[in-house]
Design a binder for this molecule. Sequence first.
Ligand SMILES: [Zn+2]
Ligand SMILES: [Zn+2]
Length: 338
Amino acid sequence: MELIVARPEGLYCTAGDFYIDPWRPVERAVITHAHSDHARVGHGHYLAHTDSEGTLRARLGADIPLQTLPYGETVEHHGVRISLHPAGHVLGSAQVRLEHGGRVWVASGDYKLEDDGTCAPFEPVRCDTFITESTFGLPIYRWPSQPELFAEIDAWWRANAAAGRPSVLFCYAFGKAQRVLHGVDASIGPIVVHGAVEPLNAVYRAAGVRLPDTRRVSDESVNAALLKTALVLAPPSAQSTPWMRRFPGYSDGFASGWMQLRGTRRRRGVDKGFVMSDHADWPGLQKAIGATGAECVYVTHGSVAVMVRWLAEQGLDARSFKTEYGDEDAEATAEAPA
Ligand SMILES: [Zn+2]
Ligand SMILES: [Zn+2]
């Protein structure tokens, strides 16, 4: 019997009688991370990594029945040994390792291989069966390294500041915004954030992640003169809203893995696109899957057909699960009003 099967509610562990990132309310849920397509309201019991506590409670309610677990520690449920391992995706993100009857399955949730300094870096976990995402599972997706990416963002910000223009960078409030904050050269100018971003900054700071000082737009110190050299971080939902009137003459940019696609930047209507993702690129997916040593691989979301075909060509038992997990731009909608 399979240790994990797809049910209408979500991915279900048959022996343990619990779900992983279910999309419908269930009695027991193991949550890989707090993005909205993986962590939903209404479950009877939640198990997640210790560092996910802040974001889960902020998003789903302070009183959710949540049990937390550090990386590498084991709990047993109906004879299934459960442990969580770093996925390198966002703060608290985990791969779920299940061991039962001598078999090991790992469900990856979402993951990224390069260490970005804002969460525990991805660790490959040996297993018999690996359940992988494939959000960017096409050969065209190759991310610039962290230093290349931040050299580009810093150069754009520096040039705008020299010209007296605010630099408004659209990025998701949970994960991307904190990566930008952690990675930019904060000596270029002041950093101003949208009201949806600051509560998540607080969660990251409380978890010990170093972020530079940030101001809210409503802070007294934020005036027209200060904004001329500022970097402004805002969620994509702020684009083309009256909120943007505070930044006369601004230059805008968008940070997303989809920016690798010709045409996406134009459709987004921004001056500059930065290729930046919380997900593995094509070489990253291949490397991660290979490092598990798994003989059987299930693909959950993204370029499922392409990835299944590629895995089969490598001689693996490749399959897919139908899930309701979103793509990079659909998943991070944990955004409060300004
Ligand atoms: Zn995610
Ligand atoms: Zn996702």
